[in-house]
Design a protein. Structure first.
Length: 117
């Protein structure tokens, strides 16, 4: 999110992070956001036809290179997130402070914290 926030600097308009969490419907407010979100959702799902359609839509709307880039981001985030979750890696203090607003908006705080002894 911090990188997303940084990458959107200079982007005119607002973005609706609630679209990511399902709290709201519609367009997230970033260029090609709808087609990219569908691709991300399809990529982590188990419907091969949906994934093929989403991939084709990304290629049609923003090109093959963007499709490869998006697939890489989806795969990397999915892997890193799973490793962090499964090992209970704590969030660094500086990240906790700088991400407080959107962690609250995303509802991340509702997840149980793992304590290893």
């Amino acid at each position: 999110m911090a990188r997303l926030r940084g990458n959107l600097q200079g982007h005119e308009g607002e973005f609706d992070i609630g679209v990511v969490t399902g709290a709201s419907d519609g367009d997230i407010g970033i260029p090609n956001g709808t087609v990219l979100m569908e691709f991300a959702d399809a990529a982590i799902g188990d419907d091969e036809d949906r994934l093929n359609m989403a991939r084709a839509n990304v290629v049609t709307e923003i090109g093959e290179k963007a499709c490869v880039d998006a697939a890489g981001v989806i795969a990397t985030f999915n892997a890193i997130d799973r490793v962090a979750d499964s090992t209970g890696i704590p969030l660094e203090d500086w990240k906790e402070e700088s991400t407080e607003d959107f962690r609250e908006e995303l509802g991340i705080e509702k997840f149980r914290e793992l304590h290893l002894e």
